[in-house]
Design a protein around this ligand. Structure first.
Ligand SMILES: *Cc1c(COP(=O)(O)O)cnc(C)c1O
Length: 464
């Protein structure tokens, strides 16, 4: 067998990749033609590729590398744990110390009576757990028909069949179908869908779609409502201020379980441990993954309140993953939480990084290609528009303009994603003001170049 290493020529690595490696969320044929970028190592907020380019990662991987790349403590903990106990399960009357310690730590960090943790390999698996858990909860309480889960259009809850059914991505539903009894309401995306309402009016109207859905489906049929405190993959959609208090009121009134998908918002991203604290809601279950381990090991889970955990504990819960609470991943996650806590990274976000980012980010709204600029903590988005006064969409196929802008970012060694014609960032929480300033040099260059290309191609045109 040939050894494939960092030292092979890029073209050879690309050819092998194209021949054998199927990429997620990609059109693999065109990817193979274009040639993928080979990432070889990373440090702080920067990636390095096989051509020696230094790339600023404004997405923290996939929203996950909260403490930044290259921390030595995590591989050390992983190696120690792998030597001591590389694997054991927690299915059959057994447990292990990393699993105990991480569950106890999460119970301490999570607000209120969210005191119980069910582990998974990532966020998708955790949402599959939640789907089964909330239905089991109501069945155990003698209401097996209370099994409909309400979610939102354009939500992202993961890629397994269960999690993608909970999500509101139509392109995913179209490939492989959906789990029954999941209902979707509108998203609180004022820029794109607010018509001539004020953001406050629109926030209330979108929250009240939950109440309308409950009344239409029947209070005795609805088990839970699931939502991200800030929609991430949907385009960093920050709800108007009126939205969440109304959602909380409705969940309380109709006794609907509230599931907060904290996979992105958790672990400091919004300036608090959890996004639920930032938007002021009290969920019964929180989905966690990503920042839980800063991406250094794959792990996720559900943090569950006393009442739900107690009811579930009386039944045999027919559910679990081989790698639920994997000891190496759990040990790595614990070390990540220790770093977040002892280095006061949340204070850094609140007092230093997020205010610096916010000032510069909101000023992007003055760019001729940009409409609104939205930001919460260290996640932010801009809507690209040909005509900001009218919040106009482009005449071109949705995503065309965002893609052009993304390509300029990529060429300028900046990882910034596009979702349709929105540009989004979610950088490592440990970014310094100097890192942020460097990021904006690249953002401005990319936006200016994209703007010039769009004008030149005659694409700076509003849809009629
Ligand atoms: C990424 C994500 C998931 C899925 O997590 P995986 O670890 O990819 O399975 C679920 N919910 C949200 C909000 C996410 O951003």
């Amino acid at each position: 067998m040939t050894t494939i290493t960092n030292h092979m020529p890029t073209a050879e690595l690309q050819a092998l990749d194209a021949a054998h490696h199927m990429h997620p969320f990609s059109t693999n044929a065109s990817l193979a033609e274009d040639g993928v970028r080979v990432i070889t190592r990373a440090k702080g907020a920067y990636l390095f590729d096989s051509e020696g380019e230094k790339i600023l990662d404004a997405m923290a991987g996939l929203w996950c590398v909260n403490i930044g790349y290259g921390r030595e403590e995590l591989p050390e903990v992983a190696a120690r744990q792998m030597r001591e106990l590389p694997y054991y399960n927690t299915f059959f009357k057994t447990t292990h110390v990393p699993g105990i310690a991480l569950a106890a730590k999460l119970a301490e960090l999570a607000p209120g009576d969210l005191n119980h943790v069910f582990f998974a390999g990532g966020g998708s698996e955790a949402n599959d757990t939640n789907l089964r858990m909330v239905r089991t909860y109501w069945a155990e309480k003698g209401q097996p028909d209370k099994n409909i889960i309400i979610s939102r259009e354009n939500a992202y809850h993961g890629s397994t069949l269960g999690a993608s059914s909970l999500g509101g991505m139509s392109g995913m539903h179209a490939q492989g179908g959906v789990v029954p009894n999941i209902h979707h309401i509108g998203q609180p995306n004022w820029w794109a869908e607010g018509s001539n309402m004020s953001p406050e009016e629109f926030g209330l109207a979108r929250a009240r779609e939950l109440e309308e859905a409950i009344l239409e489906l029947g209070e005795d049929r609805v088990a839970a409502f699931i939502a991200e405190p800030v929609q991430g993959a949907g385009g960093v959609i920050v709800a108007p201020d009126t939205y969440w208090p109304e959602i909380q009121r409705i969940c309380d009134k109709y006794e609907i379980l509230l599931i907060a998908d904290e996979v992105i918002c958790g672990f400091g991203r919004t300036g608090n441990w959890f996004g639920s604290q930032t938007v002021g809601i009290t969920p019964h279950i929180m989905t966690i993954a990503k920042g839980l381990s800063s991406g250094y090991a794959p792990i996720g889970g559900s943090i569950v309140c006393d009442e739900v955990a107690e009811v579930i504990s009386k039944a045999e819960f027919n559910h679990g993953y081989t790698y639920s609470g994997h000891p190496v991943a759990a040990a790595v996650a614990l070390e990540n939480l220790r770093i977040l806590e002892e280095e006061n990274i949340l204070d850094h976000v609140r007092d230093v990084a997020a205010p610096h980012l916010k000032k510069k980010w909101e000023a992007l709204a003055d760019h001729p290609l940009v409409g609104e600029a939205r930001i919460v903590g260290m996640m932010a988005s801009i809507a690209l528009t040909p005509d900001k006064a009218n919040r106009a969409k482009f005449a071109s196929e949705p995503g065309t303009i965002g893609y052009i802008c993304r390509e300029h970012c990529f060429a300028n060694n900046l990882i910034m994603r596009h979702v349709g014609d929105r540009m989004i960032i979610s950088p490592p929480l440990v970014m310094t003001p100097a890192d942020i300033d460097e990021m904006f040099v690249r953002i401005h260059k990319s936006l200016d170049e994209a703007h010039a290309e769009i004008i030149e191609k005659g694409l700076m045109k509003a849809a009629s």
